[in-house]
Design a protein. Structure first.
Length: 238
């Protein structure tokens, strides 16, 4: 990590901590409101290698909450925008951008590239459960985001084991699917115990309901995940 980027960090964690982060390889799955903020925080902390995975492009509806969403980036692949942004922040960070949808066909090869830790910021239930299962089976530390949509109160955001979550419908669904696969405690997540506000009804049969969002909640989720990841890499996690 370059001197200017590392100076204030080294005061807090020392040169050994800076070196540990510089040697780490983190996979960030999903670069939306949560994952984009997590990836940038990791880059600014001096993580040495980042695999960035997202299949989507920047959309006008992202402007209210996603760090990558600017009028100048609309329509561009999120992984491309994120890679450019991180390279401008931390030129020493080794980047592996992948514009692809994460599923059972490509999770294992990605995890086999020397990944030390995973941040899961995926929306798709099937992809999220598959990624979490693969991380547990391979004994790779993983920190996962539950539902940030439909909430307003930052004071209701929590960190803890997936099996201890309450209120969050996404967490409930993930727990159910993982238990069917024989997986219990041991996955640390960020979630909110605030009851979500109702979503916008589907515009047509078969379409998904759309949750309302605000700028700070997904960002807070992402920063908390990045914080947990850094603490884990430094050997200070619970």
């Amino acid at each position: 990590m370059s001197g200017g980027l590392a100076d204030r960090t080294a005061i807090l964690i020392g040169p050994e901590g800076v070196a540990r982060l510089g040697a780490a390889h983190v996979l960030v799955a999903g670069l939306g409101g949560v994952g984009g903020h997590a990836a940038e925080a990791l880059a600014r902390a001096g993580v040495g290698a980042l695999s960035l995975v997202d299949h989507d492009r920047v959309d006008p509806t992202n402007l209210n909450r996603q760090i990558l969403a600017l009028h100048s980036t609309l329509g561009r692949p999120k992984v491309e925008v994120m890679a450019e942004r991180i390279a401008d922040i931390n030129p020493n960070c080794r980047l592996r951008p992948r514009q692809s949808f994460l599923d059972e066909t490509n999770i294992e090869p990605l995890l086999g590239e020397g990944v030390d830790l995973v941040i899961d910021a995926i929306d798709s239930l099937a992809s999220k459960v598959a990624l979490l299962e693969h991380c547990v089976r391979r004994d790779i530390p993983v920190f996962s985001s539950m539902g940030a949509g439909g909430r307003l109160d930052p004071g209701r955001v929590r960190l803890g084991d997936l099996m201890d979550t309450q209120v969050c419908g996404l967490a409930r669904a993930v727990r159910t699917q993982l238990r069917k696969r024989g997986i219990g405690r041991g996955i640390r997540v960020v979630w909110s115990d605030e009851a979500p506000r109702p979503p916008l009804p589907p515009s047509e049969p078969g379409a998904r309901a759309i949750n309302g969002t605000l700028s700070y909640l997904p960002a807070l989720f992402g920063l908390m995940l990045a914080g947990e990841a850094v603490r884990q890499l430094l050997g200070e996690a619970q």
